[in-house]
Ligand binder design. Structure first.
Ligand SMILES: Cc1cc2nc3c(=O)[nH]c(=O)nc-3n(C[C@H](O)[C@H](O)[C@H](O)COP(=O)(O)OP(=O)(O)OC[C@H]3O[C@@H](n4cnc5c(N)ncnc54)[C@H](O)[C@@H]3O)c2cc1C
Length: 384
């Protein structure tokens, strides 16, 4: 893998396209969706039209087959616009990734290909009420009966659950084996009998995205809807994160960049003790720290994405990027509120929303503690 900080002309154009969309469409729509929690279908439809969604679906299924790094460039810009809307868009990528990695050609043609033509949504349904960080504790079961599996159980905190046409679901097919071949992944359609979607959660931030529980009551899933082979569920669910964690991390970079820009601008306008607050060293240094950490975070994301594109294992680097950028975005957003003083605490100014939106980066797609667990296992177990 060569090291270069130069983007190709196509990548610059892609970044510019995503940036202009974030500036002209996402930002103007964001306050309404944050306030009401209404799902931003109209924004997503336009993004779909422009080719800013489902970007990793392979060319043979009608997609663009963009690289991991290309995806990071888009994720940062969309998140710079609004991470609630960005998450609503990127959740498709999370559900699609394990299908891209492991599904049969028939399943890809049936569920992925149509998404490149028409705007539609899907969701990654792995977490359960009693199994978040500890995915191995999941209790949803799938029992084989002839050509179908009968699915029973509950999922929790599923992004896009209320608007998705299909779910990537992981269930136990052998309770003894669990992660060692006892978990199986399925594509489950939302309209099938026995699929019950819960109410929308009223979250602290990223309110444009749709988070709900799902209950499965004797849902009959055709055996043809197994993703990969029986027993591949754990492997596929985890493999997706090597692609999606760098993208989530890059979204955190986008949020931090927005917060820094607002803070830097405000610091030149607000005066105390006869001078702009940017002229007080403690404020200027706070903004210098933001700039430095935003660049460091982006480089970690690009490293993780580039390793994936080079066909190399990137689990450790994906965890570095996710942990660093999530914690960094939370700090930058909190410091941006500090730069604004009392005004930062008010909904009238943009940084209040950014601080609320930032928090979830430390929780979803593996908490900041779980990323450190992964990194420490890489150091003490894998490399031993
Ligand atoms: C808005 C939102 C959207 C989400 N979207 C999705 C989605 O689309 N699909 C999906 O499947 N899931 C989704 N999730 C679920 C998310 O991934 C989980 O919430 C997350 O993994 C944490 O699990 P938990 O909430 O059960 O917390 P817990 O696992 O109960 O953790 C509680 C606390 O304990 C810490 N902890 C737990 N175990 C350890 C350990 N071994 N060492 C150190 N600390 C530990 C955690 O870091 C955390 O601070 C979403 C969650 C939210 C809130």
């Amino acid at each position: 893998m060569s090291v270069s900080f130069e983007l190709s002309e196509e990548q610059e154009q892609l970044r510019q396209l995503a940036h202009e969309f974030a500036r002209d469409v996402i930002r103007p729509a964001a306050p309404h969706h944050d306030e009401t929690g209404e799902y931003p279908h109209e924004v997503l439809r336009q993004a779909h039209e422009l080719g800013l969604m489902n970007t990793h679906i392979e060319e043979e299924n009608g997609g663009f087959g963009l690289s991991a790094l290309d995806g990071l460039l888009i994720a940062e810009e969309l998140a710079w616009g609004c991470t609630g809307i960005g998450t609503a868009m990127e959740a498709n990528g999370l559900a699609q990734q394990p299908v891209i990695i492991g599904a049969s050609d028939e399943l890809k043609a049936k569920y992925l290909a149509p998404m490149t033509e028409n705007y539609s949504l899907c969701a990654y349904a792995v977490t359960e009420p009693g199994a978040g960080s500890d995915v191995q504790g999941l209790k949803t079961t799938a029992v084989r009966k002839g050509d179908t599996y009968v699915l029973n159980g509950s999922k929790m905190w599923i992004t896009n659950a209320g608007v998705a046409d299909w779910y990537f679901v992981v269930a136990l097919t052998d309770a003894e084996k669990k992660a060692r071949g006892g978990m199986t992944a399925f594509i489950v359609e939302r309209d099938w009998p026995g699929v019950i979607v819960g109410k929308k959660e009223w979250n602290m931030g990223q309110r444009a995205s749709d988070t709900r529980g799902i209950t499965f009551e004797d849902v009959e899933v055709p055996a043809a809807n197994v993703v990969g082979r029986e027993g591949d569920g754990w492997k596929l669910a985890m493999a997706a994160f090597d692609y999606t964690r760098p993208a989530v991390a890059c979204a955190a970079v986008g949020l931090a960049r927005a917060a820094m820009e607002h803070a830097a601008q405000y610091a030149t306008e607000r005066k105390t003790f006869g001078k702009p607050i940017a002229a007080h060293q403690s404020i200027a240094f706070m903004i210098a720290e933001m700039a430095m950490n935003i660049d460091a975070g982006r480089l970690l994301c690009w490293q993780a994405g580039s390793l994936k594109d080079a066909g190399k294992r990137n689990t450790r680097q994906a965890a570095y990027a996710k942990a660093f950028c999530a914690d960094m975005a939370m700090k930058v957003a909190t410091d941006a509120v500090q730069v604004y003083g009392g005004y930062g605490y008010s909904k009238e100014y943009p940084v209040e929303k950014l601080m609320r939106d930032a928090k979830i980066f430390q929780i979803y797609e593996g908490t900041s503690q779980i990323q450190r667990l992964i990194i420490s296992k890489e150091i003490f177990v894998r490399n031993r």
